[in-house]
Design a protein around this ligand. Structure first.
Ligand code: ADP
Ligand code: MG
Length: 239
């Protein structure tokens, strides 16, 4: 469902990523680890086409991400729930409204919106805090709220960038359990982290990035598989 093929990204003279290749199958749970500055956030920004690769190709669900026209980018992002380190919640809106706005942007019929928001807030354990503002929540709750907003539109893949970076170990464990639950309910999940302890405990596939290079992959996938090639037609039917 996702493939990076010989991807490099330079910011002027800075080589953020060099020759990165890996593939992720539908339903997988993958950790991307590596020290600060390794290139983890850059990988995510490339996936949602905030930035373009300097070289190489990125495929997601039949889309050539590297070649998308600007007007096609919303179709890509509709299927990817991205959770950034700084949460990016609207501070003047409640947790409920933050998720609701995501549904409005997607064009979900009005009558379906409230029940869907209630459903995801319950999934992440925030039903009781739905009407609070971001400034009134703890770090763990903010992470849950950001996840709820990402999930509410029912994306195929959830990509969380250092979701436990600012949390104490016990709260971090709760977030990981939640991400595992989300994965068990059928979403492909990719998580970046610089915390090795956390990854060890979970026994999942781990891709290691160091100084912009992929240095190990505990469960590499066949990069030449054809699974991505026949999706275009199916995607268009959904419109
Ligand atoms: N917009 C940018 N302009 C210049 N350099 C950048 C930019 N974004 C990231 N970098 C550089 O790319 C490298 C990887 O950054 P990043 O992907 O944020 O790493 P990580 O998320 O693993 O900490 C770093 O050296 C960083 O300074
Ligand atoms: Mg980062």
């Amino acid at each position: 469902m996702l493939k990076y093929k010989k991807v490099s990204k330079n910011f002027g003279p800075i080589k953020a990523l060099t020759d990165i290749s890996f593939a992720v199958a539908p339903g997988e749970f993958v950790f991307i680890t590596g020290p600060s500055g390794a290139g983890k956030t850059t990988l995510l920004r490339l996936l949602i086409r905030q930035i373009r690769p300097s070289e190489g190709e990125i495929y997601f669900d039949g889309l050539e991400v590297h070649n998308l026209k600007n007007h096609q980018i919303p179709y890509l992002r509709r299927d990817i729930g991205s959770v950034f380190q700084d949460y990016r919640l609207l501070t003047d809106r409640t947790i409920f409204e933050n998720a609701l706005i995501a549904l409005a942007v997607k064009g979900t019929p009005k009558l379906e919106r409230n029940p869907r928001v209630e459903q995801v807030l319950s999934l992440v354990g925030l039903s009781e805090r739905a009407h609070l503002f971001p400034s009134q929540l703890s770090g763990g709750e903010l992470q849950r709220a950001a996840l709820a907003r990402a999930l509410v539109v029912n994306p195929k893949l959830v990509f969380a960038d250092e979701p436990t970076g600012n949390l104490d170990p016990k709260t971090a464990e709760g977030i990981m359990e939640l991400l595992q639950k989300i994965n068990e309910e059928g979403k492909t999940v990719i998580i970046t982290t610089h915390s090795h302890d956390l990854v060890k405990a979970m026994k999942k596939r781990e891709i290691v990035i160091e100084q912009g290079r992929l240095t190990s992959d505990s469960d590499p996938k066949d990069l030449d598989s054809k699974e991505d090639n026949n999706k275009e037609e199916e995607d268009q039917k959904e419109e």
